[in-house]
Design a protein around this ligand. Structure first.
Ligand code: ZN
Length: 462
């Protein structure tokens, strides 16, 4: 069994996990998890969501919280719990033309129960297809309007002949609860880093099983290393789940100094970071100097309020939450269709996404304010053995180039990330050079306060 260190100082550093990272093995393992969770019929409430979160608990300590139906959360109300056992349309011979057993996309999410015989013409307004992609099944929901329907491929619809059909949706919409999954990994400080993955989509592999699995693997990895910060992973239904968590957790949300909303992390599109609403939080700067320059690259784009960052970054909450994604919201016509299948998610892209998230976390953990302790002007580094210390290191020349930057910008106002950004020297090199100078008592590295990192202006709506 994996040992958890609870952020203790005797746990190995995250750097060790980065060095030992095996992208092939990890990517295969993650893809197996996406495949395992794929068939479950998830929605914003119900047993499919609950079971998915329970299974993620095998990777990391995920705690389930049940929020009762009818609970008021800001301007919203937690809906009735929806569960579906059977849903099919059978023709006059009894052949099931559409059957939930074949894909959880076939029934419109939150369909009310139905048991009727009807003609094709009566049934047609309840059938949804994509004429431009005749083999794809769309994904539809009707959370907040009482309705029912089926989703099917255009080719299946075209093959349906006039006549009577038996229509069955064996579902329940009843008072119950909405399940939120949370995994908290305590760190040495109470400052929190939030990672959120919406978890309400049924059999769609990229949106958002890929990101649920990346987040769970990130939690598993961080659970085994030394942590400065406390990490809080939230697996919740899109929109209503994030809103409910924010409404019910005014305390924890104030401590969040950085956050990532993760989605669509398994496809082959370039890794993409969307800035926080503030646009210049510590995490935004890390994205520029760490993610953008990593070997796999990463596009860094402006804030775009499409996913749960809309809630976390809303003016009344004001958390510094960025988005890590690949194809992102609305960028692929395969999104919210059956073409978002297990073939769209690649093991190599899953592991690349996880590694990028780990690198961002590493920079967040390692970042510090730099203060030169030189006696005035630049200290004589040679006399103090700094060059001798660097001589045996592989990136000696780059390390040497970082020294004047650290001494020049070490005014107590610039961080290691700021210095990497202004010098265009890789963050890891700046950090290593700073540790050498720190070892020679030539500079001091101080923690960055949560407020400075861009954390919520503490307060927000109650
Ligand atoms: Zn979606």
């Amino acid at each position: 069994m994996t040992r958890r260190h609870e952020g203790r100082s005797d746990a190995p550093p995250l750097r060790d996990a980065l060095v030992a990272f095996d992208p092939v093995r990890t990517g295969d393992e993650m893809h197996a998890w996406v495949s395992r969770l794929f068939p479950l019929c998830r929605s914003i409430t119900g047993d499919g969501l609950r079971e998915s979160l329970r299974q993620l608990g095998e990777l990391a300590p995920v705690t389930l919280t049940e929020v009762p139906s009818g609970t008021n959360v800001f301007d919203w109300k937690v809906p009735l719990e929806w569960n579906v056992r059977k849903a099919f349309v059978a023709d006059a011979t009894g052949r099931r033309v559409i059957d939930l057993e074949r894909s959880s996309l076939h029934v419109v999410g939150y369909s009310i129960p139905v048991r009727r015989r009807m003609t094709l013409e009566e049934l047609r307004p309840h059938l949804h297809s994509i004429p431009s992609h005749p083999e794809w099944i769309p994904y539809r929901t009707s959370y907040y309007e009482e309705s029912w329907g089926f989703c099917l491929s255009q080719s299946t619809l075209d093959a349906m002949t006039p006549g009577d059909y038996d229509v069955v949706i064996d579902s329940t919409l009843a008072p119950g609860s909405m399940t939120l999954g949370e995994c908290v990994l305590p760190g040495e400080t109470g400052d929190e880093v939030l990672v959120s993955a919406h978890s309400c989509h049924p059999s769609l592999a990229n949106d958002n099983l890929s990101a649920m699995v990346v987040a769970a693997f990130l939690a598993r990895t961080l659970g085994q290393v030394r942590r400065r910060f406390t990490y809080r992973f939230l697996f919740a239904p899109g929109t209503i789940g994030a809103i409910a968590w924010l409404a019910l957790n005014p305390g924890p949300r104030r401590g969040v100094r950085a956050g990532l909303s993760v989605s669509c992390l398994g496809d082959a599109e370039p890794l993409t970071y969307h800035r926080t609403r503030q646009g210049d939080s510590e995490l935004d700067r890390i994205a520029e100097v760490v993610l953008q320059r990593r070997p796999g690259g990463c596009r860094v784009l402006d804030f775009a309020p499409y996913g749960d960052e809309r809630q976390f970054c809303s003016p009344g909450i004001d958390m510094p939450v960025g988005v890590l994604t690949r194809s992102g919201h609305g960028a692929s016509e395969k999104q919210h269709t059956s073409a978002d299948d297990l073939g769209l998610v690649l093991p190599s892209c899953l592991s690349d996404s996880l590694l990028a998230a780990l690198e961002a976390v590493h920079a967040l953990e390692a970042n510090a304010l730099v203060s030169s302790l030189g006696p005035g002007c630049e200290p004589q580094l040679g006399r103090r053995g700094v060059y001798r210390d660097l001589a045996m290191r592989p990136s000696k020349r780059l390390l040497e180039s970082a020294l004047p930057w650290l001494m020049s910008l070490g005014d107590g106002k610039h961080s290691l990330v700021d210095i990497a950004r202004r010098s265009s020297i890789p963050f890891a090199v700046v950090e290593e050079a700073a540790r050498v100078l720190e070892g020679q008592a030539l500079l001091r590295l101080d923690e960055i306060s949560a407020a400075r990192s861009g954390a919520a202006s503490v307060g927000g709506v109650q």
